[in-house]
Structure formats: structure tokens, C-alpha cells
Design a protein around this ligand. Structure first.
Ligand code: SF4
Length: 508
């Protein structure tokens, strides 16, 4: 064993030692499933979808699952649980939530000695399958890496897919043929597209919460609990209300039961959902958790309507910070993107957050939105300054991300704003907000463009990603150039009637 492999093994042992809930199941006779998050342990173990896969697979009697993460270049690809190699498993399931993680997929497979393109693999390799939000939205850029793709939620697809594999016997070909018979599974060469997305109708049938308490994860100090799936609003840039539709809530009783269990492991329950305050019993839930002696952290709240009762309950339950997402600076632009909230309503929400006692306020905005003018950016600056004067002597931070057009949204045909324009707007905001005690975080315009290419991308991008020695912007540009691809092909507006690759593959 080389020194670095020994060190990595030790690092995994330490991680495992600090975790609660990880399983070291005896593989004997069971289907061996590797679950892979193509980013770090810290990020992957903060993803509830990944926890859900682990929980389901280890609950079934006929499977056992071990976790893999992308550990960086030159690092051994091995399971956290028992340091097994990827090719020792029957199935390898990738959970993909973020487009930029695509770049790690071929590198991960290569490092494990597995050819990244499915067409270069034959019998003798595990079946490699992908699922997750990105795959449900547009699997096209990465489809050729996988033997099959799950178009839907794990709670409804995983069990039938496993049964199809187990029943089919040992050969990859037979397993794929059998998988193709599972509705919601896309098996290139065997199924007809578009594949209709499948979802769990009644969320209470399957709880969704932290499966392994992992103190080394980004949200490792809290027990994450999903309260809802989907969103009832119609923001025109947002994929959540399409890819996770319909909107479904978990019952209060189920949530309180899961929270009680969670409090045995962590002091804080993290409520997760697109707009947690939309849950009809959000306040009762927060008060119930506080009544059991727990603290609450919350991922997102609506600006409108504001419930003072909920704000007060959250502060009483120890929540220090609150996140609101006005998304744009002017009312006109907010209206254009489907967020009909006036400036006065935003300021009112901020004032109520302040008087409720939240120590920190975080606001999310976008730049480069369709129809955005310079005045909208000035309005954004003015709005932040006004929020700052309400939130004086406490912490105010803003996060501004370039608008990225996403599949299946109303803006799926809109162009991405030019790089120079975004950079100019960011420069202006940085300058104007400097010295105002506002912490400003600007997402990288250059990487957001890569994300936009991948988000609306097609199969031509798979070999480009596979060719990159390192996932840097320079390597990406060179890779595109070598393949004769100009990123503007993916970033410009798509005329009505122009092809949308994702709509040929997936039906929402
Ligand atoms: S941006 Fe938020 S509120 Fe709007 S549709 Fe998406 S999840 Fe819902």
C-alpha cells in the first residue's frame, strides 16, 4: 500500500469513526451497490437525495451499499465504508444534483479503471446508472457515460430497478434489457424516448432525512429533514416547479416523528425544502421541535406572505439566520420573472426579520436576467442599501448569481447574458456596496457560463468533458476548441421551433 493510499484509508476510518448511522453490512449474497456523489464528502454528505439512496439501499435485505465521493486528482477511488474498489460492485449509482459536477464523472470513472463512455465498456464492468435533479431535467450531456438513467424519484424507481437487475441474472445485456422494462428508466438502445418522469405521490410513504450523521459535512451539525417537494409558485427561471412537481407536503405528525428521532443525534433540525414557509403547518412544526428541546435551522422562506408567527417561532427555536430571495432589484423585473413582490413588501419582510431577532439576513439575487436593464441593477443596489439600513449592526450578506437558462423553465430558450455585461454589473455592485457593511458574494461569471452550456447541453459535450485532464476553465475552453464547438452555440437564444434536446429525452 502506498503512503497516500494508507493516508486516505486512515482519513476514511476517522470519518467513519465520527459518523453515526453508517452501515457495514455483510455483502454475503447481496447485490453490491456503490453510490457515488461526484463531489467531495463534505458536499455529498449534505445532500438529502444522497442520504435517501443510502438509507433505502441499506434497508432492503437483498442489497448493501457503500459510498464514494470525488476525492480530487490522483486520489484512490474507494468506498468510505470498507475501501472497496468501484469495480467490485454490481451496480454503480451516481447521484447528480449540480451540472458542474459532470466534469468529475469521467475523471472518477477513469481513476477507477472504468472507461467513461458506456460504448467502451463491455461485460465484466458494473452497470453504471445516473439519477438526480440534473438527470431528470436534461440527461443529454452525460447520457453516454451511463448504461441507464433514472428519470424520476428514487422512492419509486429504485426498488423496481433493483428487482429488474436481480431477476435478470448476471450478464449486463440481460440486466439492461430487464431494466428497460421499468417505467421511468431510460436505457439507451433499449427504451423509447421521451421517458415520462415518475414521482412519489404521497411523501409520507417514505421519510426523507439524514441517514448518516456526518459531522465533517457542510451541514453536519444538523439533522436534515425534508418538509416538502416541488413548489406551487411559478418563477419563470426556476426548474424546481417543473422537475419536482407536483408540490407535495409531508404531514406534521410524520415530520415531528422524524425530528424526535433526529434529536437523539443532533441538537439542530435543518428543515429542507424549496420554500419551507409554504408548508401549511410550518409554524406548528417549528414550535413542536422547540417543544422537544431542539433548535431549528431553515433553508428558505418566502418574502410574501410573511408570517410573523413563524419568524418568532424560528427565533425562539434558536434559528440565527434567515434567507430571502427577492432575485431582482426592481419591481418590473421581478414581475417579468414571475416574482410579483413589491419593494415595500421586501422591506417589510426584512423589518419583520429584524424585529423577530434574526442575527443574520441573507438575500439572493440574480444578474443578467432576461429583459434586465442598467436601472434594474441600480435598483438592486438601492434595495440592498435600504435592507442594510434596516439590518444595521447585524449581519447582512447578499449572494448574486448570473442567470443561467434552465431546461423546462419559461426561460429555457433565453440567452445567457454576455460575460462582459455580467462582469460590468458585478463591478458596479462591488464598488457601490463597498464600505456599507454588506457582505457581497458574487458567483463566478465564467463558471456560470460553463454551467449554462452543460445545463442546456447535448451529447457532443460528453467526449469534451472526458478529454479534460483537469477541470479548469482553460482546459474546458481548449477542450471545446479541439472538438470544434463554440460555447455560444449553447448560450445564445434558441428560436421558437429550434430543437430542445431535453424535451426529446424527458417528459415532465
Ligand atoms: S424560485 Fe423558489 S419560489 Fe420560485 S418557483 Fe422556484 S422554488 Fe418556487
Amino acid at each position: 500500500m502506498t503512503e497516500s493510499v494508507y493516508a486516505q484509508r486512515e482519513a476514511f476510518r476517522r470519518l467513519l469513526g465520527r459518523e453515526q448511522g453508517s452501515r457495514l453490512k455483510d455483502p454475503g449474497g447481496r447485490l453490491a451497490v456503490a453510490i457515488v456523489y461526484p463531489n467531495s464528502y463534505r458536499v455529498g454528505m449534505s445532500n438529502l437525495g444522497f442520504h435517501q439512496l443510502y438509507r433505502l439501499l441499506n434497508r432492503y435485505g437483498d442489497t448493501f451499499a457503500e459510498r464514494f465521493f470525488y476525492m480530487g486528482p490522483g486520489r484512490e477511488v474507494a468506498s468510505v465504508e470498507q475501501f472497496r474498489r468501484l469495480d467490485e460492485f454490481d451496480l454503480v449509482l451516481f447521484s447528480i444534483s449540480y451540472e458542474l459536477d459532470y466534469l468529475n464523472i469521467p475523471r472518477l470513472l477513469n481513476s477507477a479503471g472504468i472507461p467513461p463512455l458506456a460504448s467502451n465498456r463491455g461485460e465484466g464492468f458494473p452497470l453504471i446508472i445516473a439519477g438526480g435533479a440534473c438527470i431528470m431535467a436534461n440527461p443529454a450531456p452525460v447520457a453516454s457515460y451511463f448504461d441507464a438513467l433514472a428519470i424520476g424519484e428514487a422512492e419509486v424507481l429504485l426498488r423496481p430497478a433493483l428487482e429488474a437487475v436481480i431477476d435478470a441474472g448476471g450478464s449486463s445485456k440481460d440486466r439492461l434489457k430487464s431494466l428497460a422494462g421499468v417505467s421511468g428508466m431510460m436505457v439507451p438502445g433499449y427504451t423509447h424516448e421521451p421517458v415520462k418522469r415518475r414521482y412519489l405521490e404521497n411523501l409520507d410513504e417514505e421519510p426523507c432525512h439524514t441517514a448518516v450523521v456526518a459531522p465533517d459535512a457542510e451541514f453536519g451539525h444538523m439533522y436534515m429533514l425534508e418538509v416538502e417537494r416541488g413548489c406551487g409558485r411559478n418563477c419563470r427561471f426556476c426548474m424546481v416547479n417543473r422537475v419536482f412537481s407536483p408540490l407535495r407536503f409531508r404531514s406534521l405528525a410524520g415530520l415531528l416523528g422524524a425530528a424526535e428521532e433526529g434529536l437523539e443525534h443532533c441538537k439542530t433540525i435543518g428543515l429542507v425544502g424549496p420554500v419551507v414557509s409554504a408548508h401549511p403547518q410550518a409554524e406548528e412544526l417549528v414550535r413542536g421541535i422547540a417543544g422537544m428541546g431542539g433548535r431549528v435551522a431553515i433553508s428558505s422562506l418566502a418574502v410574501k406572505p410573511v408570517s410573523e408567527g413563524l419568524f418568532n417561532a424560528l427565533v425562539a427555536a434558536g434559528a440565527n439566520s434567515i434567507t430571502l430571495a427577492p432575485e431582482a432589484g426592481s419591481f418590473q423585473l421581478r414581475k417579468n420573472i414571475g416574482k410579483q413582490i413589491s419593494g415595500a413588501e421586501i422591506l417589510e419582510a426584512v423589518a419583520k426579520a429584524y424585529s423577530a431577532g434574526f442575527k443574520a439576513l441573507k438575500l439572493y439575487f440574480m444578474a443578467g436576467l432576461p429583459g434586465e436593464q442598467e436601472e434594474d441593477i441600480i435598483a438592486l443596489k438601492d434595495l440592498v442599501v435600504e435592507c442594510g439600513s434596516i439590518y444595521r449592526r447585524r449581519s447582512l450578506s447578499i449572494n448574486i448569481a448570473p442567470f443561467v437558462p434552465k431546461p423546462f423553465t419559461d426561460f429555457e430558450r433565453e440567452p445567457m447574458a454576455p460575460l462582459e455585461l455580467i462582469e460590468k454589473r458585478f463591478e458596479y455592485l462591488k464598488k457601490e456596496l463597498a464600505g456599507r457593511k454588506v457582505h457581497v458574494k458574487l458567483e463566478s461569471p465564467a463558471w456560470s457560463r460553463v454551467q449554462a452550456v452543460l445545463s442546456r447541453g447535448d451529447g457532443r459535450l460528453a467526449p469534451v468533458m472526458a478529454s479534460l485532464a483537469r477541470p479548469t476553465l482553460t482546459a474546458w475552453r481548449r477542450g471545446l476548441e479541439a472538438a470544434g464547438i463554440h460555447d455560444e452555440e449553447y448560450l445564445g437564444s434558441i428560436p421558437e421551433g429550434g430543437e430542445l434536446p431535453w424535451r426529446k429525452l424527458v417528459e415532465q
